[in-house]
Design a protein around this ligand. Structure first.
Ligand SMILES: [Zn+2]
Length: 122
């Protein structure tokens, strides 16, 4: 059985030992001029990808209000390299958590109260 670990590195399930969790990313909206390359990412996070690039119409907010130009926009996906989304921590899935609970239950009650012993589900 794996030792529980904090989600700072890709965690291992305490029951089955498999790696689990998806990268916990942040999204940033970027805009650039049509026909040019998207701006380079200059921050400290890992740039995974730019999703859903598409064209939009931007209206000039200045005195020439109403002049519309086309721009490109996309969602930039960034990751800090260590954070994982782990909704069932320290287990990979609810199924694994249930399997762990059943084993723990059987271990606890099989010698104390045999009549509580559940049928074998595994
Ligand atoms: Zn598991």
């Amino acid at each position: 059985m794996a030792k529980p670990s904090k989600p700072s590195t890709r965690p291992l399930c305490v029951h089955c030992g498999n790696k689990y969790g998806s990268r916990k990313t942040t999204d940033e909206r970027i805009e650039w001029d049509e026909g040019t390359q998207p701006p380079r990412y200059t921050g400290n996070l890992l740039h995974l990808r730019d999703r859903w690039p598409h064209s939009i119409v931007v209206k000039d907010p200045g005195p020439r209000d109403g002049v519309a130009t086309r721009k490109m926009t996309a969602t930039r996906e960034l990751w800090d390299g260590i954070s994982y989304y782990v909704p069932y921590y320290p287990f990979c899935t609810l199924r694994c958590a249930l399997g762990y609970a059943r084993k723990a239950y059987q271990k606890e009650y099989e010698h104390v109260a045999p009549k509580h012993k559940a049928p074998n589900h595994s």
